[in-house]
Design a protein around this ligand. Structure first.
Ligand SMILES: N[C@H](CCC[C@H](N)C(=O)O)C(=O)O
Length: 260
């Protein structure tokens, strides 16, 4: 069969996007892993289906799979790309509300950036071993480090993802360096891709919130990733974070058909 697709990227986190409003796409793990494969397929960190939903006031539903072909938890960069793709399909004009695996999300465009509202966060575990663990739609380990540009994120991240605590369900692993006031560098090992990616939206969000625990007045953080800049804004009260927005570019790269 011939599958039409578009390829999108958000700060270098890249996705195969498929318009599945007519439900033609076979949701098979092997097929999805093949489409995401960088040698045998199109190549991507994940695959996203856009589908209709009957839920009230919702423009579309986003179904996200990791590059290993398995349905993933929420994807922040993928969500921003899904919003850009849905706009190109004419599903909304300026702002939208859509459904993802972790619930409803609002999103809008401003100055070429896609702003995506993330779920509220109230539980941040501060582990005695020197890391934080929280869920921003996906599970994230966050550790502050120095010399991040030289670090082997793949080796260190993989060791944590497969350690005794996390091996069963897995986790995404973020290493964070403070570059200046409200400016972070983040590099992420992603579960489901099982590699370092150029950027991880839910990981950058998790890193910004953990950083903000130190400063109750803080409400915006800029983050440098390997694939470019992201911004996380939020409101916080006693360690509870709400009105969390992830902002950054989301761009179409190419489109085509693949024979499978
Ligand atoms: N790249 C994604 C994270 C996907 C989460 C996925 N790796 C999982 O844990 O299922 C993002 O931008 O938020």
């Amino acid at each position: 069969m011939k599958i039409p697709f578009e390829k999108y990227q958000g700060t270098g986190n890249d996705f195969v996007m498929i318009d599945n409003r007519n439900l033609f796409f076979p949701k098979e793990t092997d097929l999805i892993a093949h489409l995401c494969h960088r040698r045998f397929g199109i190549g991507a960190d994940g695959l996203i289906l856009i589908e209709y939903t009957t839920a009230a006031d919702v423009d579309f539903r986003m179904v996200y799979y990791n590059a290993n072909g398995k349905e993933g938890s929420m994807c922040g960069n993928g969500g921003r790309c899904a919003v850009a793709f849905a706009k190109s399909l004419g599903l909304f004009e300026k702002e939208t509300q859509f459904l993802a695996v972790d619930g409803l999300h609002e999103a809008f465009f401003r100055d070429e950036l896609v702003y995506l509202k993330m779920k509220d966060v109230s539980e941040i575990e501060k582990n005695t071993e020197g890391y934080y663990f929280l869920d921003t739609g996906s599970p994230h380990y966050v550790e502050f480090v120095q010399g991040l540009e030289q670090m082997n994120v793949f080796e260190k991240g993989r060791a944590i993802r497969y350690n005794e605590r996390f091996c069963e369900k897995g986790t995404n692993v973020n290493f964070v360096e403070i570059l200046g006031e409200n400016l972070l560098r983040v590099r992420t090992y992603e579960r489901g891709v099982e590699d370092e990616t150029y950027s991880c939206g839910t990981g950058v969000t998790a890193s910004a919130l953990v950083y903000a625990l130190q400063n109750q007045d803080l409400n915006e953080v800029q983050i440098k990733t390997l694939g470019g800049n992201l911004w996380v804004s939020f409101q916080q009260k006693n360690g509870n974070f709400y009105n969390i927005f992830l902002a950054g570019k989301a761009e179409k790269v190419f489109e085509g058909h693949i024979e499978v």
